[in-house]
Ligand binder design. Structure first.
Ligand code: B12
Ligand code: SF4
Ligand code: SF4
Length: 360
């Protein structure tokens, strides 16, 4: 997420619209946080609630442009305006909090009392002076539920998120190998994560539970199993992500995420799809994570596929993953079984992947 470093001063709205005099902040609900397809150990992966419908960037931006036209009609003059939805260098939560939409919770998310945090944010910068609303007074108080519930310990302290540990970052923004030590904490999430929001008391109220999504539902998503995601063809991938926030991830990222979720599912029925992915998938990233998953699920078929990959996969990273998985299954590559299975020269850990303490 280098763009966070390089973006201009993200607190300066004039860098985005020199004529700006006010920020009109909006929050749009995306429906209850624990809706359909939310089980944590099913054969289907879990997609964060905000991404289960149409791409919010487009929907909110379109509505903000209509609002800009409406303001111009009300004023009877042209209005200089710029719509921002996660696409411009702007501290959106801070802007929305200052506009009185809600307050920033310990989860680092903006909470709109009565509606909860299950909202996406947007801003319309306008060259119109508008009297500001009063900031929200409510706060988290002594509650720490989100910090205690975060599966990977990404919420390192109140209001502090270590994005490198956040499942949302790992499944969406991160393109490479997912650190081994975090994989088993990722549950069935294949795109984003809602755990810190599901436990938040502000999302348990009637308004939040009965919120209607303004983005609809992508049926193609709820119908796909982890096995299918592991073998997504190019055309199928395009059809799946078109018009949704999932366009942000590549097919190989989805395959990688599906492999991790499969490894966490405890579901032996996924072994054949994983073994097939380890044998034939064109992406080493997917093969490597499939190897990890097979190491978690076990079975003779899993061991056989791992032995084969540990010996002969074309990528050193994948051989390394397969060897580790076999080791974790309690039976390292048994060179006495067959001379053909003797491992190739010790493989190194994938590049750029050694963690600070030297382990993966
Ligand atoms: C990068 C990013 C991420 C990263 C990092 C998240 C994070 N907490 O920073 C990752 C990939 C992990 C992520 C995850 C998610 N994200 Co996100 N993300 C963003 C993005 C693009 C930038 C956020 C950012 O700048 N972070 C980096 C630093 C600067 O944040 P920070 O240290 O907490 O800074 C805050 C304060 O310190 C203070 N501050 C810092 N510097 C300064 C300077 C001045 C002068 C002032 C006054 C204040 C100030 O203001 C900041 C904002 O509150 C925003 C969109 C946007 N442009 O704002 C969406 C956004 C925050 N994400 C959003 C969502 C929905 C999510 C997820 C829920 C998605 C999911 N279900 O998987 C998760 C939630 C994880 C979590 N608990 O936060 C929504 C949040 C909606 C809400 N209710 O708050 C946003 C606003 C997008 C949108 N338009 O709706 N996200
Ligand atoms: S989105 Fe998930 S991983 Fe990220 S902070 Fe919230 S609970 Fe933790
Ligand atoms: S779970 Fe508790 S601490 Fe976390 S954001 Fe919600 S109210 Fe605040």
């Amino acid at each position: 997420m280098r763009y966070l470093d390089t973006a201009a001063d993200r607190a300066d709205v004039h860098a985005l619209l020199p004529e700006a005099q006010s920020v009109v902040a909006v929050a749009m609900p995306y429906g209850p946080l624990a809706a359909a397809n939310a089980s944590l150990t099913s054969a289907a992966g879990t997609v964060a609630a905000y991404a289960r419908g149409a791409d919010y960037h487009r929907v909110v931006k379109d509505k903000l442009r209509i609002l800009a036209d409406q303001i111009a009609t009300w004023l009877g003059r042209p209005v200089q305006a710029r719509a921002c939805v996660d696409t411009a260098p702007l501290l959106e939560r801070e802007a929305c909090a200052r506009a009185g939409l809600g307050f920033i919770g310990k989860s680092t998310l903006l909470i709109c009392p009565g509606l909860g945090s299950g909202v996406v944010l947007g801003e319309l910068l306008v060259d119109v002076p508008i009297a500001p609303d009063r900031p929200e007074r409510r706060r988290c108080g002594r509650c720490r539920l989100c910090l205690d519930a975060c599966p990977t310990g990404a919420l390192v302290d109140s209001y502090q998120l270590d994005a490198r540990r956040c499942i949302s970052y790992l499944t969406i923004e991160h393109r490479g190998w997912i650190p081994r030590r975090l994989r088993s904490s990722m549950g069935s999430w294949i795109f984003g994560c809602d755990v810190c929001q599901r436990v938040c008391p502000f999302n348990a109220g009637r308004g939040a539970r009965e919120a209607v999504s303004m983005f609809g539902t992508n049926d193609a998503l709820s119908a796909l199993s982890l096995g299918e995601l592991l073998h997504l063809g190019a055309a199928q991938y395009r059809k799946l992500v078109r018009g949704s926030a999932l366009e942000r991830v590549s097919a190989r990222q989805l395959g990688r995420n599906a492999a991790v979720a499969a490894g966490n599912s405890g579901d032996q029925r996924l072994v054949p799809a994983l073994a097939e992915a380890l044998r034939v998938h064109s992406s080493g990233l997917v093969r490597g994570h499939a190897a990890w998953a097979l190491g978690r699920l076990g079975s003779e078929e899993a061991r056989a596929a791992l032995r084969c990959a540990a010996q002969s996969d074309r990528d050193a990273e994948v051989r390394w993953e397969a060897q580790r998985a076999l080791g974790e299954l309690g039976r390292c590559v048994d060179t006495a079984d067959s001379p053909q299975l003797r491992p190739a020269a010790p493989s190194r850990a994938p590049d750029g992947y050694v963690e600070k303490n030297g382990s993966r």
